[in-house]
Design a protein around this ligand. Structure first.
Ligand code: SF4
Ligand code: SF4
Length: 188
């Protein structure tokens, strides 16, 4: 969803969305005072459609579609810089994780590539107990039809990435963890 200041209608949100985010994440977005410290430290902010503090503000306003349709929640690297910097002790990274789960389950993921990447990543870990990077890249490129987009990276990548997948030690245990995490995500 493309978000602009014109498309945001403050005061017309749904407070049940704010309550749902609070209950699922265990965080209280209403404590956010818009100081911007999270945004100032966010390493992916330069490529985002919204600054981090704006996501918090939209959650406070109950603007479900704007929040769950945002690209930013998928760009978040879960580095936790925001959580550490927040003077209101909001675990913003945990909140972002909750928003992703809600977007996924609610069918709000607008960018097909997000679904393709996540699906290919989980399939790879299920098969090998770890991700096979080259296989993941090929799968992603094939499923999205973007075979030639990153072609200039191929020579560098081929020198560093394994051509064949290697199962990790304890692959069965890793797969069991993935299954449990997927199940937990479905139940949340
Ligand atoms: S956890 Fe996400 S939102 Fe927070 S600083 Fe890191 S990338 Fe930005
Ligand atoms: S650092 Fe905390 S209080 Fe400040 S804008 Fe970010 S979430 Fe809100």
């Amino acid at each position: 969803m493309k978000i602009s200041s014109k498309s945001i209608k403050l005061g017309e949100g749904d407070s049940s969305f704010t309550s749902e985010v609070k209950a699922r994440s265990g965080q209280n977005p209403s404590r956010c005072m818009q100081c911007g410290k999270c945004t100032a430290g966010c390493p992916v902010g330069f490529s985002a459609d919204l600054p981090v503090n704006a996501v918090l503000r939209l959650v406070q306003e109950g603007l479900r579609d704007e929040v769950l349709g945002s690209r930013f929640i998928w760009l978040c690297a879960q580095c936790r810089t925001c959580s550490v910097r927040c003077p209101q002790e909001i675990d913003v990274a945990a909140l972002m994780g909750t928003l992703r789960t809600m977007a996924w389950k609610g069918g709000h993921v607008a960018d097909k590539r997000v679904k393709v990447f996540l699906g290919a990543f989980v399939d790879s870990v299920r098969k090998h107990g770890r991700v096979h990077e080259l296989g993941l890249m090929m799968e992603y490129a094939l499923r999205t039809g973007r075979l030639f987009d990153e072609l200039e990276l191929a020579p560098k990548a081929l020198g560093k990435l394994s051509l064949r997948p290697h199962a990790s030690l304890g692959a069965d245990e890793v797969c069991a963890i993935v299954e449990r995490a997927m199940k937990k995500g479905e139940d949340r």
